[in-house]
Design a protein around this ligand. Structure first.
Ligand code: F6R
Length: 615
């Protein structure tokens, strides 16, 4: 939430910062702003609304040229999305500018203190207090990094801050607590950003900042310290994807590109997981096999789409390992005093690795003595850093706010973790593991085939553009897929969409069925547990008898559903537990097309942001 960029070098800071903000707009698009150090002072521009409004403003009122600058794209927390609340925020003398991602929880107290000392604050934001505090501290030390350290010690909450001061023209200072911030190191230039995508066009050499660290950027390098001023250890890494991965590549939307990338993302996530002896490997495991054998409960914590991946994982984990598995919304987890101990294994699933609810859940779990395994798509982000083990998904950068390829790769990772647990605990034989791996390795091709046959799904979506409600039904692993289909439709098409366990329908929700109401039903394989399949075929008949327009997703060759399907979407035959990897795909295409037909912004749905770094 909120995208931040900082730059010091020889190029036009405005050009670098604006290009970076374009790459970070997925993180928030309520307002945007920039500040450039030029002619011995600070020049700023900011506008409510999307980045295009700021671009227009800069076109009409260009800023003077400078080579040090910062920028921000906002997802509003404190104060509405107005010009005044847009970042950067300045002190009263207009010498210091600051941008911020997160929430400063004690801002009201600090604001009152500043007002008492004669400062005039111009916005409703929590951020503005930082600009004024930095100005006060700088007047004593004339050192922005030191001022930042002193200010950070007084702040409570989650914050990433980036600041410049007109009296230190070749310096950008950043601070990080809980929200993401990475450093880019180029030739004679350095960068700071919420995400490497902002500077990947300039350098692929990055430095991960740790918790409670302050970084001072100069053209020729960076200095990192703790909030207390002690030298800090940092991890440098090479980003293994390039700028083209963060471009639309000819697609109208990132979401379309990311849907199309799924076969590769799935294959990449499987790559190199099996050693020559047939054993599975995780990326970083600081949990020994002996400890994993002692685990008596698995608890999965995640949010949104990642939570749905967790719901599906439960079926595989319990079936393959016989360990009880709970799945919980990360935002609820720590507030109900969950029963955890050293024998509980907590799995935190997160594309961004920065979701605050998930981060807080994993911290709570570790405080109770549990081991945490992260499934994450973002190398070096906070959630894997704070976990005991990590399995990275290899989806590549996901830019569209609605998660697609990350979801499929999270599922692959969950299956791998379930197999790994089965392997170390001996509940799955080597040949059984190899059979599942073989099935998983066929999924990439199956997703490709689904994608080739999506035109009727797009046509159907367009024909439903005027509808108000769509329901989704599934059983077993099809139930979380139904929830995911509904979530995609809500967030993209702004329609009333709900997912139900098909068997639960007659306990209430069936009252919603009326003439011509579209109901999507995900049908399990008839070759698997046929009782599951037959039950859902009965459910389709029940809703059709009450007037529903049935949209049935069923395996190729499943003829039993044909008489009851008003629309039939075929998917390749897949083992029951793995079916979500193919059945989720038509639902992504359906939601994307419906959103387009309704004139909505597919990549940037209203009110949302990609990375939710506030609780
Ligand atoms: C929905 C979506 C969100 C995220 C959720 C968790 O399409 O993208 O529901 O899945 O905010 O985000 P991560 O996986 O980054 O923790």
């Amino acid at each position: 939430m909120c995208g931040i960029v900082g730059y010091v070098g020889a190029q036009s800071a405005l050009d670098v910062v604006m290009a970076g903000l374009r790459r970070l707009e997925y993180r928030g698009y309520d307002s945007a702003g920039v500040a450039v150090l030029a002619d011995g002072g600070l020049a700023t521009a900011k506008r409510a609304g999307k980045l295009v409004n700021l671009e227009k403003e800069l076109g009409e009122h260009p800023l003077p040229a400078g080579t040090t600058g910062i920028g921000h794209t906002r997802w509003a927390t404190h104060g509405g999305p107005t010009d005044a609340n847009a970042h950067p925020h300045l002190d009263n003398a207009g010498r210091v500018a600051v941008v911020h991602n997160g929430i400063i929880e004690n801002f009201a107290v600090l604001r009152a203190e500043l007002t008492e000392r004669g400062h005039a604050l111009a916005s409703e934001t929590d951020t503005e207090v930082v600009a004024h505090l930095l100005a006060e501290e700088f007047s004593a030390s004339a050192d922005l990094a030191e001022a930042m350290r002193l200010v950070c010690r007084r702040l409570e909450g989650a914050f990433t801050l980036v600041a410049v001061h007109a009296d230190e023209p070749d310096v950008v200072v950043g601070a990080r607590r809980n929200s993401p911030l990475v450093v880019g190191v180029g030739e004679g230039e350095t960068f700071l950003a919420s995400d490497v995508a902002a500077f990947i066009a300039h350098t692929r050499e990055a430095i991960e900042l740790g918790q409670d660290q302050v970084v001072e950027l100069r053209r020729d390098g960076v200095t990192v310290t703790g909030f207390d001023g002690s030298p800090a250890e940092v991890r440098a890494y090479h980003v293994d994807w390039d700028a083209s991965a963060a471009e639309k590549g000819g697609y109208d939307y990132f979401m379309l590109k990311e849907i199309a990338e799924q076969p590769k993302a799935v294959a990449d996530t499987l790559l190199g997981r099996i050693d020559p002896s047939g054993s599975l490997t995780l990326d970083e495991v600081r949990i020994g096999a002996a400890e994993l054998r002692e685990v008596d409960k698995v608890v999965i914590v995640a949010c949104g789409t990642a939570f749905h991946a967790g719901l599906i994982a439960k079926y595989a984990i319990e079936h393959w390992t016989r360990i009880p598995c709970e799945v919980e919304l990360a935002s609820e987890f720590r507030y109900r005093d969950p029963i955890l101990d050293g024998r509980s294994l907590v799995i935190a699933i997160s594309q961004s690795g920065e979701t605050m609810d998930t981060l807080m859940a994993l911290r709570h779990a570790r405080e109770q003595g549990s081991k945490v395994l992260a499934i994450c798509n973002t190398n070096g982000s906070t959630i894997p850093r704070e976990s005991d083990a990590v399995l990275y998904t290899h989806a590549g950068p996901e830019v569209a706010v609605a998660s697609t390829k990350a979801f499929l790769t999270q599922l692959v990772a969950c299956y791998l973790v379930a197999l790994y647990l089965g392997q170390v605990r001996g509940t799955k034989w080597g040949d059984e593991i190899r059979d599942v791996i073989r099935d998983l390795s066929r999924i990439s091709g199956a997703v490709d085939r689904v994608l080739e046959t999506m035109e009727p799904v797009r046509e159907l979506a367009r024909s439903l553009a005027e509808k108000n409600t769509v329901l989704f039904l599934g059983r077993h692993v099809g139930y979380p897929v139904a929830l995911e289909g509904a979530l995609k439709l809500k967030e993209l098409a702004y329609m009333h969409a709900e997912g139900f366990a098909a068997g639960e329908l007659k306990h209430g929700p069936i009252a919603l069925i009326e003439q011509d109401l579209p109901v999507v039903v995900i049908v399990p394989s008839p070759r698997g547990r046929s009782v599951l399949h037959d039950k859902i075929v009965s459910n389709i008949q029940e809703i059709r008898a009450r007037g529903a327009r049935t949209i049935v997703i069923a395996e190729e060759g499943d003829e039993t559903v044909v008489p009851y399907a008003d629309h039939l979407i075929r998917i390749p035959a897949t083992p029951t537990l793995l079916q979500p990897l193919v059945s989720a795909v038509p639902l992504q295409v359906f939601a994307c097309e419906l959103a387009t037909a309704r004139g909505n912004e597919v990549d940037q749905p209203r009110n949302l942001a990609k990375s939710v770094t506030v609780e």
